[in-house]
Write a protein that binds this ligand. Structure first.
Ligand code: 6AU
Length: 263
């Protein structure tokens, strides 16, 4: 299972650079802090889209369990595209179970997520053992793996918006700081800049959807909420011209970031 994947990827230059460092390099080289969230049900369509917007994004986020045409061959293709265009691949799995179960969910089954996802998302609800278990599962994989802990959610009434909960997530992030590279968050949670803050719930035209999602603009997310990375989904995928819209979010996100850096 793993060796075939390893061989295809290992010679490529970005494969051995630690993930934290890659974000830094990508942001400066490609001038983007945009993560496209491709919540599409066809992996073929995601593959095509990723070739078109590859130069504009620092990360591509997918939900593999909504795909109706998932295969290891296709995911390997997507992985190769991510290496060609130099962006990270995030599987938004939102693990939330006991250690033994998440190890199986991460490495086995139809998806074998650990073999291809640079990053995964994780809820710390079950306790820090979940992170320990996930980290342990990828020790034998020859390229960097990491995770983002879900500290705060963008949805209305989220139970994560509780100070003690967030404190627990921060503590866990600090304890497992090799594997945990940052947060999914709605505010700046630590002054330690090594932890990357990724913020979903971004839209330039809408304030929410019909199912509890809440949006802020790229500027509000970066300036007001301390986002390093903008996670943008339907604002781009539902637009008439996805490529052009993607460029707009890239430019807006990077402009705000540069303005703040120069203050
Ligand atoms: O821009 P949207 O609303 O089309 O999509 C937002 C994406 C979705 C959610 O599953 C995800 O971001 N998300 C997350 C993540 C990334 O974990 C957390 C959260 O609090 N809110 C949220 O929308 O794919």
């Amino acid at each position: 299972e793993l060796p075939a994947l390893k061989n295809g990827i290992i010679e490529m230059k970005s494969s051995s650079i630690p993930i934290r460092q890659r974000f830094q390099t990508i942001r400066e080289e490609k001038k983007t802090n945009l993560c496209l969230c491709a919540d599409l049900t066809s992996l073929d369509e995601i593959i095509e889209l990723s070739k078109q917007v590859g130069p504009n994004i620092c990360m591509l986020k997918i939900h593999c369990d909504i795909l109706n045409d998932f295969s290891m061959e296709k995911i390997q293709q997507l992985k190769n595209i991510s290496r060609t265009f130099n962006f990270l691949l995030l599987e938004d799995r939102k693990f939330a179970d006991i250690g033994n179960t998440v190890q199986l969910q991460y490495t086995k089954g139809l998806f074998q997520i650990a073999t291809w996802a640079d990053l995964v998302t994780v809820h710390v609800l079950p306790g820090e053992g979940i992170v320990q278990a996930l980290e342990q599962s990828v020790q034998s994989i020859d390229e960097p793996r990491g995770c983002l802990l879900i500290a705060q959610m963008s949805s209305k009434g989220a139970l994560t918006n509780n100070e003690d909960y967030v404190k627990g997530v921060i503590k866990c992030t600090e304890k497992y700081s090799d594997y945990v590279i940052g947060f999914i968050s709605q505010s700046r949670l630590t002054t330690d800049n090594k932890f990357i803050h990724c913020t979903p719930g971004i839209h330039l035209n809408n304030t929410g959807d019909q199912l509890g999602q809440q949006y802020v603009t790229p500027r509000q997310a970066i300036d007001g909420r301390g986002a390093d990375i903008l996670i943008v989904g339907r604002a781009i995928t539902d637009s008439i011209n996805r490529i052009k819209t993607c460029e707009e979010y890239q430019q807006e996100g990077y402009n705000v970031y540069e303005q703040l850096r120069n203050i």
